[in-house]
Design a protein around this ligand. Structure first.
Ligand SMILES: Nc1nc2c(ncn2[C@@H]2O[C@H](COP(=O)(O)OP(=O)(O)OP(=O)(O)O)[C@@H](O)[C@H]2O)c(=O)[nH]1
Ligand SMILES: [Mg+2]
Length: 442
């Protein structure tokens, strides 16, 4: 039999209220013992809570959600207590005395999934919504929780199952007089689906970037002013700044909110050839972080010789930005000259508030352009992107396969890859459709 579990649903610490949540078959009995009976379902009732010895724990609002129409699908309850640590501990102590146990992390949502209240992608969205720091993260998680992502996967899966029905009919009844070539009929559907899967895959990074943060690397030669710019953008002294080249060794990551999106800005070690072991490791990490970043800001000391920026411009990727720093000193480089060689450039001084505001605006435009879109992406995690990729590969193989039997196998595996995202598998559905959509008549 399933355990009855409980856990504080609110963060510990001094607060006006604390919510303790209970789920499992023993919930009703717990309320009878603790709150002198179950209140009317789904209605807040003020109750005196008492422990086994009869001592008053709190005067609290009690909510009773009989299953299966509850969050977990089981009998559930919520105790809205006064937020003091002692009150919460007394309530929790009484619940364990009465035989319930403290829930494991995510156990309520896990039960909701097991009882079919949420699919796997929706369960993930619950976690994302709880972790959301920016408006964009919250919007994306809410869409996923509402089933937006699951519906797209389900629609694709249904198309696959329909195509499979056609292919299997061709395999099972090769000599029958089928009204038309059902296997051939499946192909245009599969081709259209492949286009959609590939478009979704091309867009898969966007969902992950919204969720995890858009990664921006500050990279460049020692002493160019990378740490100064990081501090200016972050609005605090996060990184050490000195006049000695080679000051920064570790990668320093700072979370920023840019245009409502989460971004991670990383200060890195100045890149140069060095025999010094610690600095060399710093340079290696700088390169690795910059390599994986979504955007690189190549920081150049504009007061130094002209060669610097040309070198940086040579390494920059098409969408990167060349930041000509220290433009308050005698400018040695012209931003226009950099733009002339095809790289976007901005002349700034880390000491000028107006310049930093300008750089920030540039970053906001870039992040918004990269992450905004007319619709929510079909993948918000690596797991989704991997399944999407596998499904696309399988569909491509099925299309290249002249034998309906082998094509059917690839289509079946494509459907399975998509089912993994919602956490469900139902091969029976394939058979049902074969007989439902073709009237063989025998
Ligand atoms: N005049 C002027 N000085 C600057 C500017 N930006 C940085 N500096 C100075 O340049 C020196 C190096 O700055 P940092 O920010 O430590 O440079 P860095 O690129 O992080 O250097 P490493 O960590 O050694 O790679 C410090 O003395 C800063 O005060 C600027 O815009 N104008
Ligand atoms: Mg530095």
């Amino acid at each position: 039999m399933t355990d009855t579990i409980f856990a504080p649903a609110t963060a510990p610490g001094r607060a006006a209220l604390a919510v303790v949540r209970i789920s499992g078959p023993g919930t009703g009995d717990l309320l009878t013992a603790l709150a002198d009976g179950r209140p009317a379902p789904r209605r807040a009732s003020l109750r005196r809570l008492r422990d086994i010895g009869g001592a008053l724990i709190d005067e609290a609002l009690v909510l009773w959600f009989p299953g299966p129409a509850s969050y977990t699908g089981e009998d559930c309850a919520e105790l809205h207590l006064h937020g003091g640590q002692a009150v919460v501990e007394a309530a929790i102590g009484a619940l364990s005395h009465l035989g319930a146990r403290l829930a494991e992390p995510g156990e309520f949502t896990r039960r909701a999934f097991q009882n079919g209240r949420l699919d796997l992608a929706q369960a993930e969205a619950v976690a994302d919504l709880v972790d959301a720091e920016t408006a964009a993260q919250a919007r994306q998680a809410l869409d996923q929780l509402g089933g937006g992502l699951s519906r797209r996967y389900e629609a694709w899966r249904e198309l696959l199952v329909e195509s499979l029905a056609g292919l299997e009919a061709a395999v099972d009844f090769p000599d029958e007089d089928l009204p038309e070539d059902v296997a051939a009929r499946a192909r245009p559907h599969l081709r259209a689906l492949l286009d959609e899967l590939e478009a979704a895959l091309a867009d898969a990074d966007r969902g992950r970037r919204v969720r995890e943060g858009f990664r921006i690397a500050l990279i460049g030669a020692p002493n160019a002013g990378k740490s100064s710019l990081l501090n200016a953008l972050a609005g605090r002294d996060a990184a050490i700044v000195t006049a000695t080249p080679g000051t920064t060794r570790d990668v320093i990551e700072i979370p920023l909110v840019l245009a409502g999106y989460k971004a991670l800005l990383a200060d890195t070690a100045g890149v140069r050839d060095t025999v010094e072991v610690i600095e060399a490791e710093g340079v290696r990490r700088a390169r690795a972080w910059a390599e994986d970043a979504d955007l690189r800001l190549w920081i150049v000391d504009a007061s130094a010789s002209d060669g610097h920026w040309r070198e940086a411009a040579g390494m920059a990727r098409p969408n990167d930005l060349l930041v000509l720093n220290k433009s308050d000193l005698t400018p040695g480089t012209d931003a226009a000259a950099a733009r002339a060689v095809g790289i976007e450039a901005l002349a700034v001084s880390a000491t000028s508030d107006a310049d930093i505001a300008g750089l920030r605006r540039w970053l906001e435009e870039r992040v918004a352009a990269a992450l905004s879109g007319a619709e929510f992406p079909a993948a918000t995690r690596l797991r989704h992107a991997e399944s999407l990729k596998e499904a696309a590969e399988r569909v491509a193989r099925a299309l290249a396969q002249p034998e309906p039997e082998l094509a059917a196998e690839d289509v079946r595996l494509a459907a399975r890859a998509l089912e993994r995202i919602s956490g469900r598998l139902d091969p029976e559905a394939v058979l049902d459709r074969v007989f439902a959509s073709f009237c063989i008549g025998k």
